[in-house]
Design a protein around this ligand. Sequence first.
Ligand SMILES: C[S@@+](CC[C@H](N)C(=O)[O-])C[C@H]1O[C@@H](n2cnc3c(N)ncnc32)[C@H](O)[C@@H]1O
Length: 349
Amino acid sequence: MRALTDPASIDLRHMVPHRVPSGLPVWDQEITGSRSGRPLTGSSGLPEYSQRRLARVGRMRREELFSRSGFYGFLLESNVLLHREAARVALDAFRPVVLAQGSKPVSVLDLACGGWPVTIAEVMAAFPHVEFQYTGIDINPDQVALAANRFPFPENVVGCRIVEGNAWDLSALDVDDRYSIAFSGMNLHHGTPREVWFLGNQLKGRIQPGGLFFSHDVYRPDSEPYRPRPETIDGESTRLVEPDRLASAGAPTLHIEQDRGVAEPAWRIDYVQRMYRTLLARGADPAGAESTASHMRSRDYPLSTGEFCNIMESHGFIVHVRRYDASPEPLGPFVASCALTRPARAINP
Ligand SMILES: C[S@@+](CC[C@H](N)C(=O)[O-])C[C@H]1O[C@@H](n2cnc3c(N)ncnc32)[C@H](O)[C@@H]1O
Protein backbone atom coordinates (compact mmCIF):
# COMPACT_ATOMS: atom_id res chain seq x y z
CA MET A 1 0.00 0.00 0.00
CA ARG A 2 2.73 2.41 0.97
CA ALA A 3 4.47 1.85 -2.34
CA LEU A 4 1.37 3.11 -4.14
CA THR A 5 0.46 6.00 -1.93
CA ASP A 6 3.88 7.37 -1.15
CA PRO A 7 4.75 9.41 -4.23
CA ALA A 8 8.43 9.33 -3.35
CA SER A 9 8.54 5.58 -3.71
CA ILE A 10 7.09 5.26 -7.21
CA ASP A 11 8.03 6.25 -10.68
CA LEU A 12 4.99 6.61 -12.91
CA ARG A 13 6.90 8.07 -15.80
CA HIS A 14 6.36 5.14 -18.13
CA MET A 15 2.59 5.68 -18.23
CA VAL A 16 2.45 9.40 -18.80
CA PRO A 17 1.83 10.60 -22.34
CA HIS A 18 4.56 12.74 -23.85
CA ARG A 19 2.14 15.50 -24.65
CA VAL A 20 -1.23 16.32 -23.23
CA PRO A 21 -3.98 17.79 -25.42
CA SER A 22 -2.95 21.28 -24.41
CA GLY A 23 0.38 20.63 -26.05
CA LEU A 24 2.05 21.10 -22.69
CA PRO A 25 5.15 18.92 -22.63
CA VAL A 26 4.83 16.45 -19.82
CA TRP A 27 8.30 15.03 -19.41
CA ASP A 28 10.53 17.72 -20.85
CA GLN A 29 11.81 18.42 -17.40
CA GLU A 30 11.92 16.71 -14.10
CA ILE A 31 9.21 18.12 -11.89
CA THR A 32 9.68 17.77 -8.21
CA GLY A 33 7.02 19.46 -6.13
CA SER A 34 6.24 22.68 -7.87
CA ARG A 35 7.83 24.57 -10.72
CA SER A 36 6.43 27.85 -9.55
CA GLY A 37 7.15 27.40 -5.88
CA ARG A 38 3.46 27.08 -5.05
CA PRO A 39 2.44 24.56 -2.43
CA LEU A 40 1.77 21.28 -4.21
CA THR A 41 0.36 18.62 -1.97
CA GLY A 42 -1.28 15.25 -2.25
CA SER A 43 -3.30 13.92 0.61
CA SER A 44 -3.46 10.25 1.17
CA GLY A 45 -3.89 8.53 4.49
CA LEU A 46 -7.61 9.22 4.61
CA PRO A 47 -9.42 10.09 7.84
CA GLU A 48 -10.96 6.99 9.36
CA TYR A 49 -14.50 8.24 8.60
CA SER A 50 -13.72 8.52 4.90
CA GLN A 51 -11.98 5.16 4.92
CA ARG A 52 -15.13 3.55 6.26
CA ARG A 53 -17.28 5.22 3.64
CA LEU A 54 -14.94 4.24 0.87
CA ALA A 55 -15.01 0.67 2.06
CA ARG A 56 -18.80 0.54 1.73
CA VAL A 57 -19.55 2.13 -1.61
CA GLY A 58 -18.50 0.53 -4.88
CA ARG A 59 -15.62 2.51 -6.29
CA MET A 60 -13.19 2.36 -9.10
CA ARG A 61 -10.38 2.54 -6.63
CA ARG A 62 -8.21 0.00 -8.35
CA GLU A 63 -9.75 0.12 -11.79
CA GLU A 64 -7.15 -1.21 -14.20
CA LEU A 65 -7.72 1.46 -16.84
CA PHE A 66 -6.66 4.21 -14.41
CA SER A 67 -3.99 2.29 -12.55
CA ARG A 68 -0.25 2.63 -12.76
CA SER A 69 -0.03 0.39 -15.78
CA GLY A 70 -3.34 1.59 -17.19
CA PHE A 71 -4.09 2.98 -20.58
CA TYR A 72 -5.92 6.24 -19.93
CA GLY A 73 -2.94 8.34 -21.01
CA PHE A 74 -3.36 7.05 -24.55
CA LEU A 75 -7.03 8.06 -24.55
CA LEU A 76 -6.00 11.59 -23.68
CA GLU A 77 -3.20 11.76 -26.17
CA SER A 78 -5.36 10.45 -29.02
CA ASN A 79 -8.25 12.76 -28.04
CA VAL A 80 -10.85 10.02 -28.57
CA LEU A 81 -13.06 11.51 -25.85
CA LEU A 82 -12.82 15.05 -27.27
CA HIS A 83 -10.84 16.59 -24.42
CA ARG A 84 -9.50 19.28 -26.75
CA GLU A 85 -12.96 20.29 -27.90
CA ALA A 86 -14.17 20.36 -24.29
CA ALA A 87 -11.28 22.63 -23.27
CA ARG A 88 -12.26 25.11 -25.97
CA VAL A 89 -15.90 25.17 -24.87
CA ALA A 90 -14.88 25.39 -21.20
CA LEU A 91 -12.72 28.40 -21.92
CA ASP A 92 -15.74 30.40 -23.05
CA ALA A 93 -17.80 29.22 -20.08
CA PHE A 94 -15.04 30.07 -17.58
CA ARG A 95 -14.35 33.57 -18.94
CA PRO A 96 -17.19 35.53 -17.26
CA VAL A 97 -16.67 33.77 -13.94
CA VAL A 98 -12.93 34.36 -14.02
CA LEU A 99 -13.35 38.03 -14.96
CA ALA A 100 -15.93 38.56 -12.22
CA GLN A 101 -13.37 37.47 -9.63
CA GLY A 102 -11.28 40.61 -10.29
CA SER A 103 -7.84 40.19 -8.74
CA LYS A 104 -8.91 37.44 -6.35
CA PRO A 105 -7.62 33.91 -7.04
CA VAL A 106 -10.20 31.70 -8.71
CA SER A 107 -10.92 28.56 -6.69
CA VAL A 108 -11.49 25.41 -8.71
CA LEU A 109 -12.75 22.04 -7.52
CA ASP A 110 -12.01 19.19 -9.94
CA LEU A 111 -14.10 16.06 -9.29
CA ALA A 112 -12.46 12.74 -10.26
CA CYS A 113 -9.50 14.69 -11.57
CA GLY A 114 -7.37 11.72 -12.62
CA GLY A 115 -3.60 11.86 -12.89
CA TRP A 116 -3.62 14.16 -15.94
CA PRO A 117 -6.25 16.88 -15.45
CA VAL A 118 -5.55 18.13 -18.95
CA THR A 119 -8.80 19.94 -19.75
CA ILE A 120 -8.88 22.09 -16.66
CA ALA A 121 -5.11 22.70 -16.86
CA GLU A 122 -5.48 23.93 -20.41
CA VAL A 123 -8.27 26.30 -19.44
CA MET A 124 -6.39 27.68 -16.43
CA ALA A 125 -3.28 28.17 -18.58
CA ALA A 126 -5.36 30.25 -20.99
CA PHE A 127 -5.70 32.94 -18.28
CA PRO A 128 -2.00 33.52 -17.54
CA HIS A 129 -2.63 36.70 -15.52
CA VAL A 130 -5.20 35.08 -13.25
CA GLU A 131 -4.24 33.06 -10.19
CA PHE A 132 -5.99 29.76 -9.53
CA GLN A 133 -6.36 27.71 -6.37
CA TYR A 134 -6.89 24.15 -7.54
CA THR A 135 -8.31 21.23 -5.54
CA GLY A 136 -8.55 17.86 -7.28
CA ILE A 137 -10.25 14.78 -5.88
CA ASP A 138 -9.64 11.25 -7.07
CA ILE A 139 -10.35 7.88 -5.57
CA ASN A 140 -7.39 6.08 -7.11
CA PRO A 141 -4.15 6.54 -5.15
CA ASP A 142 -2.06 6.14 -8.33
CA GLN A 143 -3.90 9.03 -9.93
CA VAL A 144 -3.56 11.12 -6.78
CA ALA A 145 0.21 10.53 -6.78
CA LEU A 146 0.49 11.39 -10.46
CA ALA A 147 -1.52 14.59 -10.23
CA ALA A 148 0.19 15.71 -7.04
CA ASN A 149 3.75 14.99 -8.03
CA ARG A 150 4.12 14.74 -11.76
CA PHE A 151 1.45 16.61 -13.62
CA PRO A 152 2.74 19.99 -14.86
CA PHE A 153 0.08 22.42 -13.72
CA PRO A 154 0.46 25.85 -15.28
CA GLU A 155 2.50 28.50 -13.44
CA ASN A 156 -0.57 30.54 -12.52
CA VAL A 157 -1.91 27.71 -10.32
CA VAL A 158 -0.72 29.21 -7.07
CA GLY A 159 -2.17 26.57 -4.77
CA CYS A 160 -2.73 22.94 -5.59
CA ARG A 161 -4.17 20.15 -3.45
CA ILE A 162 -5.00 16.65 -4.57
CA VAL A 163 -7.31 14.83 -2.20
CA GLU A 164 -7.83 11.07 -2.21
CA GLY A 165 -11.49 10.19 -1.79
CA ASN A 166 -14.95 9.71 -3.24
CA ALA A 167 -15.87 12.76 -5.31
CA TRP A 168 -19.56 11.79 -5.20
CA ASP A 169 -19.87 12.40 -1.47
CA LEU A 170 -18.00 15.57 -0.61
CA SER A 171 -19.14 15.78 3.00
CA ALA A 172 -16.65 13.04 3.94
CA LEU A 173 -13.73 15.01 2.47
CA ASP A 174 -11.57 17.85 3.60
CA VAL A 175 -12.60 20.32 0.89
CA ASP A 176 -13.51 23.97 1.30
CA ASP A 177 -17.07 25.15 1.41
CA ARG A 178 -17.35 27.41 -1.64
CA TYR A 179 -15.66 27.36 -5.05
CA SER A 180 -15.84 29.73 -7.99
CA ILE A 181 -15.83 26.79 -10.40
CA ALA A 182 -16.41 23.05 -10.10
CA PHE A 183 -15.31 20.83 -12.94
CA SER A 184 -15.96 17.18 -13.75
CA GLY A 185 -14.43 15.33 -16.69
CA MET A 186 -15.48 11.84 -17.73
CA ASN A 187 -16.92 10.49 -14.53
CA LEU A 188 -20.62 11.41 -14.30
CA HIS A 189 -21.57 8.61 -16.71
CA HIS A 190 -20.96 6.09 -13.94
CA GLY A 191 -23.66 7.55 -11.69
CA THR A 192 -27.32 6.61 -11.42
CA PRO A 193 -29.92 9.40 -11.81
CA ARG A 194 -30.29 9.56 -8.01
CA GLU A 195 -26.54 9.77 -7.49
CA VAL A 196 -26.30 12.56 -10.06
CA TRP A 197 -29.13 14.33 -8.22
CA PHE A 198 -27.17 13.87 -4.96
CA LEU A 199 -24.03 15.35 -6.53
CA GLY A 200 -25.97 18.34 -7.87
CA ASN A 201 -27.51 18.86 -4.46
CA GLN A 202 -24.05 19.10 -2.90
CA LEU A 203 -22.61 21.28 -5.65
CA LYS A 204 -25.30 23.92 -5.39
CA GLY A 205 -24.05 24.61 -1.86
CA ARG A 206 -20.38 24.49 -2.78
CA ILE A 207 -20.37 26.79 -5.78
CA GLN A 208 -20.47 30.52 -5.14
CA PRO A 209 -23.49 32.43 -6.44
CA GLY A 210 -22.57 33.41 -10.00
CA GLY A 211 -20.19 30.45 -10.17
CA LEU A 212 -20.00 27.60 -12.64
CA PHE A 213 -20.11 23.81 -12.78
CA PHE A 214 -18.62 22.56 -16.03
CA SER A 215 -19.03 18.93 -17.06
CA HIS A 216 -17.41 17.16 -20.00
CA ASP A 217 -18.83 13.66 -20.18
CA VAL A 218 -20.42 10.74 -21.97
CA TYR A 219 -24.19 10.88 -22.59
CA ARG A 220 -26.38 8.33 -24.30
CA PRO A 221 -28.63 9.43 -27.19
CA ASP A 222 -31.72 11.31 -25.94
CA SER A 223 -33.97 8.95 -27.92
CA GLU A 224 -32.79 5.81 -26.09
CA PRO A 225 -34.23 4.61 -22.77
CA TYR A 226 -31.99 4.60 -19.71
CA ARG A 227 -30.06 1.39 -19.16
CA PRO A 228 -29.83 0.91 -15.37
CA ARG A 229 -26.41 0.20 -13.91
CA PRO A 230 -26.10 -3.34 -12.47
CA GLU A 231 -25.96 -3.49 -8.67
CA THR A 232 -22.67 -5.37 -8.74
CA ILE A 233 -19.82 -5.87 -11.15
CA ASP A 234 -17.45 -8.78 -10.57
CA GLY A 235 -19.00 -9.27 -7.16
CA GLU A 236 -18.33 -5.67 -6.09
CA SER A 237 -21.03 -3.13 -5.40
CA THR A 238 -21.23 -0.40 -8.05
CA ARG A 239 -22.61 2.20 -5.63
CA LEU A 240 -21.00 5.59 -5.66
CA VAL A 241 -23.15 6.89 -2.80
CA GLU A 242 -24.56 4.84 0.04
CA PRO A 243 -28.37 4.43 -0.09
CA ASP A 244 -28.80 5.90 3.40
CA ARG A 245 -26.95 9.03 2.27
CA LEU A 246 -29.24 9.34 -0.76
CA ALA A 247 -32.32 8.87 1.41
CA SER A 248 -31.25 11.34 4.08
CA ALA A 249 -30.58 13.99 1.41
CA GLY A 250 -34.08 13.40 0.02
CA ALA A 251 -32.91 12.12 -3.36
CA PRO A 252 -36.13 11.49 -5.30
CA THR A 253 -36.84 8.45 -7.43
CA LEU A 254 -36.73 9.98 -10.87
CA HIS A 255 -39.23 8.80 -13.43
CA ILE A 256 -37.12 7.96 -16.42
CA GLU A 257 -38.01 5.46 -19.11
CA GLN A 258 -35.87 2.39 -18.53
CA ASP A 259 -34.51 -0.35 -20.74
CA ARG A 260 -34.52 -3.59 -18.76
CA GLY A 261 -34.00 -5.88 -21.74
CA VAL A 262 -31.63 -8.80 -21.58
CA ALA A 263 -29.83 -7.96 -24.80
CA GLU A 264 -27.26 -5.22 -24.93
CA PRO A 265 -28.88 -2.17 -26.58
CA ALA A 266 -27.61 -1.23 -30.03
CA TRP A 267 -26.44 2.23 -28.95
CA ARG A 268 -24.16 0.71 -26.30
CA ILE A 269 -22.67 -1.73 -28.77
CA ASP A 270 -22.09 1.15 -31.17
CA TYR A 271 -20.54 3.30 -28.41
CA VAL A 272 -18.03 0.63 -27.37
CA GLN A 273 -17.22 -0.38 -30.93
CA ARG A 274 -16.54 3.20 -31.97
CA MET A 275 -14.06 3.54 -29.14
CA TYR A 276 -12.38 0.22 -29.84
CA ARG A 277 -11.99 0.83 -33.57
CA THR A 278 -10.88 4.43 -33.14
CA LEU A 279 -8.21 3.45 -30.65
CA LEU A 280 -6.85 0.77 -32.97
CA ALA A 281 -6.95 3.16 -35.93
CA ARG A 282 -4.90 5.65 -33.87
CA GLY A 283 -2.21 3.11 -33.13
CA ALA A 284 -3.32 1.78 -29.74
CA ASP A 285 -1.92 -1.38 -28.28
CA PRO A 286 -4.77 -3.92 -28.83
CA ALA A 287 -4.63 -4.93 -25.16
CA GLY A 288 -5.15 -1.29 -24.16
CA ALA A 289 -8.07 -0.93 -26.58
CA GLU A 290 -9.61 -4.09 -25.12
CA SER A 291 -9.16 -2.91 -21.52
CA THR A 292 -10.87 0.37 -22.44
CA ALA A 293 -13.77 -1.42 -24.17
CA SER A 294 -14.14 -3.76 -21.23
CA HIS A 295 -14.28 -0.84 -18.77
CA MET A 296 -16.94 0.86 -20.90
CA ARG A 297 -19.03 -2.30 -21.23
CA SER A 298 -19.05 -2.95 -17.51
CA ARG A 299 -19.08 0.59 -16.05
CA ASP A 300 -20.71 3.10 -18.40
CA TYR A 301 -24.44 3.68 -17.85
CA PRO A 302 -24.83 7.30 -18.93
CA LEU A 303 -27.83 9.55 -18.60
CA SER A 304 -29.04 11.52 -21.62
CA THR A 305 -28.29 15.24 -21.72
CA GLY A 306 -32.02 15.89 -21.31
CA GLU A 307 -32.13 13.92 -18.05
CA PHE A 308 -28.96 15.60 -16.81
CA CYS A 309 -30.45 19.04 -17.54
CA ASN A 310 -33.71 18.20 -15.75
CA ILE A 311 -31.86 17.01 -12.67
CA MET A 312 -29.53 19.98 -12.50
CA GLU A 313 -32.26 22.51 -13.27
CA SER A 314 -34.18 21.08 -10.32
CA HIS A 315 -31.25 22.32 -8.19
CA GLY A 316 -31.50 25.82 -9.63
CA PHE A 317 -28.67 25.62 -12.18
CA ILE A 318 -29.04 27.19 -15.59
CA VAL A 319 -27.70 24.61 -18.03
CA HIS A 320 -26.20 25.11 -21.48
CA VAL A 321 -25.41 21.95 -23.39
CA ARG A 322 -22.84 21.72 -26.15
CA ARG A 323 -23.10 18.51 -28.16
CA TYR A 324 -20.51 17.16 -30.57
CA ASP A 325 -22.77 15.15 -32.91
CA ALA A 326 -21.47 17.09 -35.88
CA SER A 327 -17.83 16.59 -34.91
CA PRO A 328 -15.69 14.39 -37.18
CA GLU A 329 -14.59 12.58 -34.02
CA PRO A 330 -16.22 9.09 -34.01
CA LEU A 331 -17.25 9.35 -30.34
CA GLY A 332 -18.76 12.81 -30.89
CA PRO A 333 -22.42 11.66 -30.73
CA PHE A 334 -21.79 10.22 -27.25
CA VAL A 335 -19.95 13.18 -25.71
CA ALA A 336 -21.25 16.56 -24.56
CA SER A 337 -20.14 19.50 -22.46
CA CYS A 338 -22.54 21.15 -20.05
CA ALA A 339 -21.98 24.58 -18.54
CA LEU A 340 -24.11 24.99 -15.43
CA THR A 341 -24.38 28.43 -13.95
CA ARG A 342 -25.42 29.03 -10.41
CA PRO A 343 -27.40 32.27 -10.63
CA ALA A 344 -26.11 35.11 -8.47
CA ARG A 345 -29.67 35.46 -7.13
CA ALA A 346 -32.04 32.55 -6.59
CA ILE A 347 -34.63 32.20 -9.36
CA ASN A 348 -38.21 31.77 -8.22
CA PRO A 349 -39.79 28.94 -10.22
C1 LIG B 1 -11.94 8.79 -17.00
S1 LIG B 1 -10.90 9.41 -15.71
C2 LIG B 1 -11.19 11.11 -15.86
C3 LIG B 1 -9.97 11.93 -15.61
C4 LIG B 1 -10.13 13.39 -15.93
N1 LIG B 1 -11.13 14.01 -15.06
C5 LIG B 1 -10.50 13.61 -17.37
O1 LIG B 1 -11.33 14.48 -17.65
O2 LIG B 1 -9.92 12.98 -18.23
C6 LIG B 1 -11.87 8.99 -14.38
C7 LIG B 1 -11.19 9.21 -13.04
O3 LIG B 1 -12.21 9.12 -12.08
C8 LIG B 1 -11.66 8.51 -10.95
N2 LIG B 1 -12.79 8.04 -10.15
C9 LIG B 1 -13.63 7.02 -10.40
N3 LIG B 1 -14.58 6.95 -9.45
C10 LIG B 1 -14.33 7.96 -8.58
C11 LIG B 1 -14.94 8.41 -7.40
N4 LIG B 1 -16.02 7.81 -6.90
N5 LIG B 1 -14.42 9.48 -6.76
C12 LIG B 1 -13.32 10.10 -7.23
N6 LIG B 1 -12.66 9.71 -8.34
C13 LIG B 1 -13.18 8.66 -9.02
C14 LIG B 1 -10.75 7.44 -11.49
O4 LIG B 1 -9.81 7.04 -10.54
C15 LIG B 1 -10.15 8.17 -12.67
O5 LIG B 1 -8.95 8.81 -12.33
